[in-house]
Design a protein around this ligand. Structure first.
Ligand code: IFM
Length: 456
């Protein structure tokens, strides 16, 4: 294992926020309770062949009922903040019809968090679009962005007294391209032109939602979370230079440029010309999308090493590796990639304020009994991942990046989308048969870094 650095909060600037992150559909369960309506993930997971072993979000971590225990776990870890998502299908099952019982769940969660001294960071959209809105066209339809703004306004009205940090949308690249182009995620459509429209409408939804939040709570901190990846050519070979440009364009700049420059990158528009003329981009949209954010949320997991074309140039991303170790997801582990990414954002996009809003790794964890009858999950790979990526944050800060916090993905093992429950990202192990939680060694390491002592 590499040397244990960093070793404490003192290794980071004052006020640096240490948190953990989750998302509603991945942990809550209780899909049919208290007036929640189906989301696209309910429908998608019910379709044979979409999720490994036919798993669903039906129970997940049963967080809907065990939220108080989970808040206690966070308190034991010593985190400052909790990034979670609000479930649109619980809160606003139909346009114009707020659901008091769904709202009450988040009231309970927020009160519990605040009583524990943990700052809530709420994501409005982490992929659980109400199914009725997908039936009406989903994100490829412009109207969905306005429905999202209505939901954002309701959330701001009901929770804005207790939530001061908001993320509008999570990973619009994944929602649009994996949901509507490759069809591996809900809603499972394979329609590249629709995916391009979805990408824009997610960003428009961000802009509209931010306007609603700011109108109601001018002091709130508002941003969004983008999945970003440093892109490099396989073996540094010049023949892949254009592939690097294209992949970087689709994964990163297609979202960063409208957000932070108020325009789509010309080369990406040209790459997309054979699937979309972007006629769906209306006058005024880019002013909304490009309105200043208080922070950029960066979800970083791995670099992308390319050997060739990439959708929409070819059916698949032609990706490879460069020999780095890989986590269970098959993703290369590259902490320096995080530093490179953060420095690039700082240099190319005028020094935005950044939080790492997700970072983590999956490993095949097992629980063992300890001699005193307790339980232990030894996960040295995750601990090393965590510590080296936190060190990468320090390196970025030393290089001048305005990085203010870090959220580990994830608090709990949870429903990892098409992989079901096989991929375990948690700092806390969940036995999905019994719902017993066990803080992993990595969670203990994080707690020690934060000056807390996680309970067994
Ligand atoms: O579990 C996901 C999360 O929902 C979004 N970001 C990536 C994580 C790991 O794949």
């Amino acid at each position: 294992m590499p040397a244990l650095a960093p070793s404490g909060r003192a290794d980071f600037p004052d006020g640096f926020v240490f948190g953990v992150a989750t998302a509603a559909f991945q942990i809550e369960g209780a899909l049919d309770e208290d007036g929640r309506v189906p989301s696209i993930w309910d429908t998608f997971a019910a379709r044979p062949g979409t999720i490994e072993r036919g798993e669903t979000g039906k129970t997940a971590c049963d967080h809907y009922h065990r939220y108080a225990d989970d808040v206690a776990l966070m308190a034991a870890l010593g985190v400052d903040a909790y990034r979670f998502s609000l479930a649109w299908p619980r809160i606003l099952p139909e346009p114009g019809r707020p659901n008091p019982a769904g709202i009450a769940f988040y009231d309970r969660l927020l009160d519990e968090l605040l009583a524990a001294g943990i700052t809530p960071w709420a994501t409005l959209y982490h992929w659980d679009l109400p199914e009725s809105l997908e039936a009406a066209g989903g994100w490829p339809a412009r109207e969905t962005a306005y429905r999202f703004a209505e939901y954002a306004a309701l959330a701001a009205d009901r929770f804005g007294d207790r939530i001061g940090h908001w993320l509008t949308v999570n990973e619009p690249f994944v929602s649009s391209m994996v949901g509507y182009a490759s069809g591996v995620h809900a809603p499972g459509r394979v329609d590249p032109a629709a995916a391009v429209r979805a990408a824009h409408h997610l960003m428009l939804g961000h802009g509209l939602a931010m306007r609603e939040l700011r109108a109601r709570h001018p002091d709130a901190q508002v941003g969004l979370a983008l999945s970003l990846t440093p892109v490099e050519a396989f073996e540094g070979r010049a023949e892949f230079t254009d592939a690097v440009r294209r992949v970087d364009g689709m994964c990163n700049r297609l979202f960063l440029d409208p957000l932070l420059r108020g325009s789509y990158p010309g080369d990406v528009v040209a790459d997309l010309a054979h699937v979309s003329d972007l006629a769906h981009v209306a006058d005024g949209d880019l002013a909304l999308v490009g309105a200043p954010v208080d922070f950029l949320g960066v979800n970083y997991y791995h670099p992308t090493v390319v050997t060739g074309g990439f959708w929409p140039g070819s059916a698949e991303a032609a990706t490879s590796g460069s020999g780095r170790p890989r986590c269970e997801m098959g993703w290369e582990v590259d902490p320096d990639g995080l530093t490179r990414l953060l420095r690039r954002l700082h240099e190319d996009y005028d020094s935005p304020t950044i939080y790492v809003t997700e970072n983590g790794s999956a490993w095949p964890d097992t629980v063992t009994e300890t001699p005193d009858g307790g339980r232990r999950v030894a996960d040295p790979e995750r601990t090393a991942y965590l510590q080296t990526h936190l060190q990468a944050c320090r390196d970025a800060i030393a290089a001048g990046v305005d990085l203010r916090g870090y959220f580990a993905w994830s608090l709990l093992d949870n429903f990892e989308w098409a992989f079901g429950y096989r991929m375990r990202f948690g700092l806390v192990h969940v036995d999905f048969g019994t719902q017993v939680r066990t803080v992993k060694d990595s969670g203990r390491w994080y707690a020690a870094l934060l000056g807390a002592g996680a309970r067994p």
